[in-house]
Design a binder for this molecule. Structure first.
Ligand SMILES: CC(C)(COP(=O)(O)OP(=O)(O)OC[C@H]1O[C@@H](n2cnc3c(N)ncnc32)[C@H](O)[C@@H]1OP(=O)(O)O)[C@@H](O)C(=O)NCCC(=O)NCCS
Length: 218
């Protein structure tokens, strides 16, 4: 009985994983549906939402500016990196169990993860609204986004070599995604660990002790 239960659970987990992959609807816009969340690409109309998030001191504590954005123009400028053809930002909606919301976009927006091509590497970042913290949402969103990323990035046009990559590489490696976190950002470090990232090095940065993380395409 216990064995059957464990087997069913494994099948359930695999089915859920497959569900995430199947639900990337290729209409030019990658859409990701998980058990409780809905992720769709960032749009210009999302700038006020992202500004709202970036106006919260505790959200920005470990960011590169370490403080809330002064105004929406600054936020808009920061989002320019997502206009790059090799980068993508998502808005996360709290959509509830997959059958419960006919129009997931009408569900509340709770976060903003994405992958940007930076210094020759694909680098992940994410911020979530504090009301959504502690519910496993970020782990769910980032796990699904990384799963989807391997397919999304495979469809990108060829990328030119980055002059600032610093490692002599020809072009960015689409089979790896990187992350940088503050060593004290326990929640973020745990999210990455749970999503399969490995810490590759620690170094002193002017923003504080930093951990560099990497995940390889499975
Ligand atoms: C980092 C952040 C996205 C985590 O969001 P979240 O939705 O609360 O994360 P999850 O609920 O998926 O939790 C993931 C893990 O972190 C742990 N965790 C969450 N908050 C924690 C905290 N304050 N202290 C210790 N562990 C914490 C959870 O317990 C969980 O681990 P577990 O399953 O082993 O118990 C959120 O805190 C945030 O937006 N912070 C501000 C922005 C930021 O720092 N972004 C990352 C920049 S690199």
């Amino acid at each position: 009985m216990a064995e059957n239960h464990a087997e069913n659970q494994t099948h359930g987990e695999e089915a859920q994983r497959q569900q995430v992959l199947v639900d990337i609807i290729d209409k030019g816009e990658p859409i990701i549906r998980t058990e409780r969340l809905f992720l769709r690409p960032l749009r210009d109309s999302d700038v006020p939402f992202v500004f709202g998030l970036r106006s919260i001191a505790e959200v920005m504590k470990y960011s590169s500016t370490q403080k809330p954005d002064d105004d929406i123009t600054f936020t808009r400028g920061r989002l320019q990196s997502f206009n790059h053809p090799q980068s993508i930002g998502f808005i996360v909606h709290e959509a509830g169990p997959s059958s419960s919301c006919a129009d997931p976009e009408s569900a509340p927006k709770i976060g903003f993860p994405g992958v940007v091509l930076q210094c020759g590497k694909y680098e992940i970042g994410y911020i979530m609204h504090p009301d959504a913290w502690g519910k496993g949402y970020t782990t769910e969103a980032i796990g699904a986004m990384i799963d989807a990323w391997w397919r999304i990035s495979a469809a990108f046009p060829p990328a030119a070599a980055s002059p600032d990559a610093g490692d002599g590489s020809e072009a960015p490696d689409r089979d790896a995604v990187w992350a940088l976190t503050h060593k004290l950002n326990v929640a973020s470090n745990r999210v990455l660990e749970k999503c399969g990232f490995h810490a590759v090095r620690e170094f002193d940065h002017h923003l504080g002790e930093t951990i560099e993380w990497r995940i390889q395409r499975p």
